[in-house]
Design a protein around this ligand. Structure first.
Ligand SMILES: Cc1ncc(COP(=O)(O)O)c(C=O)c1O
Ligand SMILES: NCC(=O)CCC(=O)O
Length: 433
């Protein structure tokens, strides 16, 4: 492994002109320390940095690249598409095709609107929910992350969790006042919130599998409970599947858990690595969106032809027989391998996976919400992270993020990863003691 000398120079220079040197806080290594590699290119399962180091990539642009970097068919489709122009601001058949592809993939989805990010998707979904119900309040769960718009940047996960201040200054107090933040996996808290404010609550928004406080699964009955409580009180249930969409068995939480949300937000995988988000749901709600209805939401680059091309190509490959199963097999193999390493060392930690998502908490106790996630040993995580990175394996630089898997990862990559992980664990443990 080469030093990251050039990366360090670029990081220092970037910090002069870009806040913190990055265009999104999670990239900065703030919680683990040190210098993030500056990336020169990605290919398959690998990232290459400007100093000539190669990393097996398990954060995959924070989730979108379910086939790996620069999948040849995605690249070819983009090469052809770019010759036809980069943006029209007028409707295309591609948008229809991607809408149909997603609707076909996602049970119960009737209409969908493309936007440019997951943030826009959740912001717009809540606007629809408020318009549909005429109510102001929303329920979210502590440690779930739905993007950075005001009403949901409250007790948020992801980078906000690392900052130690999950509530950002600058969020309009009015916006935050209408957000009720409850512990994840706690149906009693939801029932109590509805008992107090039921006629004021427009929607419950949830990451059905939580991926922004580390990977946290819903307890059996939690999602079913949300469905019945929201129905009972005339509030909408919004599944934020920006992160878990097309990465859970069956492709979605709706399919995997057999639950029919009113609205859904998507992003990441559906854009194939280009900037895309989407919100959709039942026709009666989505027909409120302009110009079909009065709820205004727009976007200069929404439905961008390059983004639609990348998303469509990636989803079609993902739907080929055996592809999702293969990615899931590799995820399970990695998780099993990590757990074997941990048990062999007598450590009380466990990795877990679902679909093509995985996670490992350095906590001896089960993690089911934000508070229990915070009990993890973040110092041990930081040491493990850097020891892994030095061995050419790049996971998300925070204890409170998820791991991802792609089709491009080979069994040889997994073997190399597990060997590196064993050595990295030993190194990290030796340093902590
Ligand atoms: C569940 C979830 N919702 C929303 C978002 C926001 O998406 P974006 O970063 O594209 O704005 C993210 C990740 O960033 C996410 O993980
Ligand atoms: N799990 C965290 C994210 O997916 C967010 C990525 C970003 O904000 O750059």
């Amino acid at each position: 492994m080469n030093d990251r000398v050039r990366s360090a120079e670029l990081f220092a220079a970037s910090r002069e002109v870009i806040p913190g040197g990055v265009n999104s806080p999670v990239r900065s290594f703030r919680s683990v320390g040190g210098t993030p590699p500056f990336i020169a290119r990605g290919e398959g399962a690998y990232l290459y940095d400007v100093d000539g180091n190669r990393y097996i990539d398990y954060f995959l642009s924070w989730g979108p690249l379910v086939l790996g970097h620069a999948h040849p068919e995605v690249v070819e489709a983009l090469r052809e598409a770019v010759l036809r122009g980069t943006s029209y601001g007028a409707p295309t058949e591609l948008e229809l095709e991607l809408a149909r592809e997603v609707i076909d993939f996602y049970p119960g989805l009737e209409m969908i609107r493309m936007v440019n990010s997951g943030t826009e998707a959740t912001m717009s979904a809540l606007r629809v929910a408020r318009a549909a119900t005429g109510r102001p309040k929303v329920v979210k769960f502590i440690g779930n992350y739905h993007g950075h718009h005001d009403s949901l940047l409250v007790r948020a996960g992801s980078g906000a969790m690392d900052m130690g201040v999950p509530d950002s200054p600058g969020v309009a107090p009015g916006a935050a006042r209408d957000t009720l933040s409850l512990p994840y996996n706690d149906l009693d808290a939801v029932r109590e919130a509805f008992r107090q404010h039921g006629d004021q609550i427009a929607a419950v928004i949830v990451e059905p599998v939580a991926g922004n406080m580390g990977l946290v699964l819903p307890r059996p009955g939690f999602l079913e409970g949300l469905r019945s409580i929201t129905r009972e009180h005339g509030a909408l249930l919004v599944f934020d599947e920006v992160l878990c969409g097309f990465r859970l068995p069956g492709g979605s939480a709706a399919a995997h858990f057999g639950i029919d949300p009113d609205l859904v937000t998507l992003g990441k995988v559906i854009g194939g690595g280009l900037p895309v988000g989407a919100y959709g749901g039942k026709r009666r709600y989505m027909e409120l969106v302009a110009p079909a209805g009065p709820v205004y939401q727009a976007g200069t680059l929404s439905g961008n032809p390059l983004a639609m091309t990348a998303g469509l190509t990636q989803l079609r490959i993902l739907r080929r027989p055996g592809v999702m199963a293969e990615i899931e097999r590799k995820t399970a193999r990695l998780v099993e391998g990590l757990n074997a390493l941990l048990s062999r060392r007598g450590l009380p930690y466990r990795a877990q996976g679902i679909g093509s998502l995985w996670g490992l908490f350095f906590s001896a106790e089960p993690v089911y919400d934000y508070e229990s996630a915070l009990k993890s040993d973040t110092r041990l995580f930081a040491r493990f992270f850097h020891a892994l990175l030095r061995r050419g394996v790049y996971i998300a630089p925070s204890q409170f993020e998820s791991g991802f898997m792609s089709l491009a990862h080979t069994d040889a990559d997994l073997d190399a990863t597990l060997e590196a992980a064993g050595d990295a664990l030993d190194e990290a443990l030796a340093m902590v003691q």
